[in-house]
Unconditional design. Sequence first.
Length: 253
Amino acid sequence: MTNPVRLEEQDGVVVVWLDRGANALNHEAIAALDGAMADLARERGSPALVLASSHPSVFCPGLDLKSLDGQPRDGIRAVMTAFNALLRRLATYPGAAVAAVAGHAIAGGCLLALACDRRVMARSGARIGLSEVNLGFPVPAGAVAMLLALYQTRAVEQLVLEGDGFGGERAFALGLVERLADNSAVLSDACRQARHLASRPAGAYAAAKAFLRHRLAHSMAERDDEEMERFLDLWFDPHTQDRIGALIASMRR
């Protein structure tokens, strides 16, 4: 089976490719991305990175619900614990991190993009949003803490409570993305933005980012610990399970 994550050097930027189909996040994909991030920080001094997708129309749709179907409570807890840890690692990565959102970034995929320092999004043909509430469970508490720390409260409320998602122009107006580009130019623009951020002295950039996000990882982990059982209660609510089952059935048709 191919690795779900692939690294590629592009003029001083490491492109971290989500590289397996539509990039739904199962336990293997989460572990591979987390491992890649850890290696970049530990072995290479946290170089500037661009998070991108090799799929032509999907950045990342979030959790792989098909692989989670029928998992017991402990199994879902393990996947959510791993995903929440990945989100903390990305949000506090010492180097520049830019998301190249050329396709749909939904649920967990949206959170990965929003954990980066900057986002370049396709002007048309892509949506970004958090659909969790539509299925009956909330956006994880630690992720909400991250969003409230990094984005305007009204934009976060629309993301978390409405579950509709936004096209590029609306996402730009809400301050969720910094740049819009034609689909074919999203990656090159994201790499250009990453190089621009990385032109600052690396130590100063890392320290400034740490100052800005002081205690963020701690508060995210604390909120996830406090609310994990409530999250799981809602995940396993019969009505939620019916909605998840109906969505999985529609995927398999």
